[in-house]
Design a binder for this molecule. Structure first.
Ligand code: AMP
Ligand code: FE
Ligand code: FE
Ligand code: ZN
Length: 278
């Protein structure tokens, strides 16, 4: 069976593989296609696609954009986008400016505690990346405040912790517009990651579908087959196609591997075909 992985991060956001390394790794994993879906940037897509041609793997140009729904930070995947679209770049520039503003504030909190960190140090450390909390967590590991990115989140950067500051998210409509106008197809990412009760989840799915969402990521690292079946029943109800991906981040999320997730993920190529037809 031909397999794919439609959710991967690279060094353009918070993954540790460059786009080319990710594509090479997809070959090793025997995948027929991968999508590159970095947070709030399509900067890894061009490099990924030319690596795809070189190594003979289909690379789907993608993105993962965070947007606000009633105070929840919802992740929307966009597939088949034009990474250089004039409809996409200004929106992403706004997001990146907002991130920089927040990063500077978080860095100030750390500096006030005597952590030897600066915006310049972070930029030099992660030159190609849209920097966010995962990089700040990695910095805390390097500075000896904790021993893993996970611990950095748990102790310092998760909501309620002393270095946590919220981000201002794009409105849902803006995220969908940017994806659609740049030629992309929007998919609701990892629907069980928001801690929502069923009523809320259905209400959100309705809202996203009305905004132009065409798919739901029902297969995802760590989701049991019961959970995936449950999500597929919701997708069917709303006329959404089913997609799947691991959310590979390289060594920044070492428990997740490309293609197989936490071990048992399998995403058939037909799901990519189904998405393409939408
Ligand atoms: P940010 O967009 O800067 O707020 O960072 C959010 C990203 O951090 C998510 O997309 C995840 O990749 C990562 N993340 C969030 N919570 C955790 C956690 N508890 N452990 C590890 N990574 C996390
Ligand atoms: Fe991430
Ligand atoms: Fe996500
Ligand atoms: Zn992701």
């Amino acid at each position: 069976m031909k397999l794919v992985d439609l959710h991967n991060h690279t060094t353009a956001s918070d993954g540790t593989f460059t786009p080319e390394q990710a594509v090479k790794y997809a070959v090793e994993k025997g995948l027929a296609a991968i999508a590159i879906t970095d947070h709030d940037t399509a900067d890894g897509v061009v490099q990924g696609m030319s690596a795809g041609e070189k190594y003979g793997v289909e690379v789907v140009p993608g993105i993962e954009i965070s947007a606000d729904y009633k105070g929840y930070g919802i992740h929307i995947l966009g597939y088949f986008i034009d990474p250089e679209s004039p409809h996409l770049t200004p929106v992403l520039d706004w997001v990146i400016e907002e991130r920089k503003r927040r990063n500077r504030q978080i860095i100030r909190l750390m500096q006030d505690d005597g952590v030897k960190i600066s915006a310049k140090w972070l930029r030099e450390k992660f030159p190609d990346a849209v920097v966010g909390r995962p990089h700040l967590a990695a910095a805390l590991v390097e500075k000896g405040l904790c021993s893993s990115v996970q611990e950095g989140f748990d102790r310092y950067l998760s909501e309620g912790c002393k270095y946590y500051l919220p981000r201002t998210y794009l409105p849902i409509e803006t995220a969908f517009q940017a994806i659609k106008q740049s030629g992309g197809k929007a998919v609701f990412a990892h629907p069980l990651q928001y801690g929502m009760e069923e009523d809320r989840l259905l209400e959100l799915t309705r809202c996203l579908t009305d905004a132009g969402c065409v798919g739901m990521e029902c297969l995802y690292s760590g989701y049991t087959s019961e959970q995936s079946d449950y999500l597929m029943s919701i997708a069917r109800r709303f006329g959404l196609c089913v997609t799947g991906g691991s959310d590979f981040h390289g060594s920044r999320k070492p428990h997740i591997d490309m293609g197989v997730g936490t071990g048992d993920l399998r995403v058939p190529y037909e799901l990519l075909e189904g998405l393409r037809k939408r």
